[in-house]
Design a protein around this ligand. Structure first.
Ligand code: SF4
Ligand code: SF4
Length: 185
C-alpha cells in the first residue's frame, strides 16, 4: 500500500513503509495471486508498481494497524507476523490473518493476551475474533477456541444473527440470509 495515502480514518503518523504483508499474505483473485506469495507488483522496500491501476481489492483495504487506534503502535504487520483486519464493532469480525509461513505468530506474547482481551470484548457486542492461521480458521473466544480446520472451496464462513461465525456449505440456505463472510481484501 502507499505511504502517501491520507484518507479519512487513517492514523496520520502510521505509514506502510517497508511493510508488504497484505501484498503477501492474502489471496488476490484479480491478480490470480495465491496467499503467501509476494505480489509481482510489490516494490523492493515497499510500495506498489501499479499503484494507480491496482485492483479494487487493494484500493479498499487498509489493515487495522493503519486505521484503528486501539492497535498498538509497535504492531505493524511486518513485525507481528499477522495482519489485523476490521475492528471490534457489532456484527463485524476482527480478523487475524497470519503469514502463511508463520501460522502460530498470533500466539506469541504480547499479541495473544491482547487478542484474548478483544475476544472478551467481542463476545459482548455480537462480534468475534477470527484467526486465519495458515490454512486453518480458528475462532478465538474468551474461554475457548473453535478450530474449523480448512475452509474448502465449496464452503464459506457466515455470521448468524447472534454474531457467531459458522462454516457452512456454499449452497446452505443460510448463506443468502446471513451476513457475508469476512471481507479481508
Ligand atoms: S499490512 Fe498494513 S501496514 Fe502493511 S502494507 Fe498492508 S496496509 Fe500497510
Ligand atoms: S497490486 Fe500493488 S497494492 Fe495490490 S497486492 Fe500487488 S503490490 Fe500490493
Amino acid at each position: 500500500m502507499s505511504n502517501s495515502d491520507l484518507l479519512p480514518g487513517l492514523i496520520p503518523d502510521r505509514v506502510c513503509g517497508s511493510c508488504v504483508s497484505c501484498c503477501s499474505f492474502f489471496t488476490i483473485a484479480e491478480l490470480n495471486k495465491p496467499a503467501g506469495s509476494l505480489c509481482r507488483h510489490s516494490r523492493s522496500g515497499g510500495g506498489c508498481d501499479i499503484y494507480d491501476e491496482r485492483p479494487r481489492a487493494c484500493r479498499i483495504f487498509f489493515c487495522a494497524w493503519r486505521c484503528w487506534n486501539e492497535v498498538p503502535e509497535d504492531w505493524r504487520p511486518d513485525k507481528t507476523g499477522f495482519v489485523l483486519g476490521g475492528r471490534l464493532m457489532p456484527r463485524r469480525f476482527l480478523s487475524v490473518t497470519t503469514d502463511p509461513l508463520l501460522p502460530e505468530s498470533w500466539r506469541a506474547e504480547p499479541y495473544f493476551s491482547q487478542l484474548k482481551i478483544w475476544a472478551r470484548q467481542a463476545a459482548g457486542m455480537l462480534s468475534e475474533v477470527v484467526v486465519f492461521s495458515g490454512k486453518r480458521v480458528i475462532l478465538l473466544r474468551p474461554e475457548s477456541e473453535v478450530d474449523f480446520g480448512e475452509v474448502a472451496a465449496d464452503e464459506v464462513l457466515i455470521q448468524d444473527p447472534d454474531g457467531h461465525v459458522a462454516k457452512v456449505k456454499r449452497n446452505d440456505p443460510r448463506v443468502t440470509t446471513a451476513a457475508p463472510p469476512p471481507d479481508l481484501r
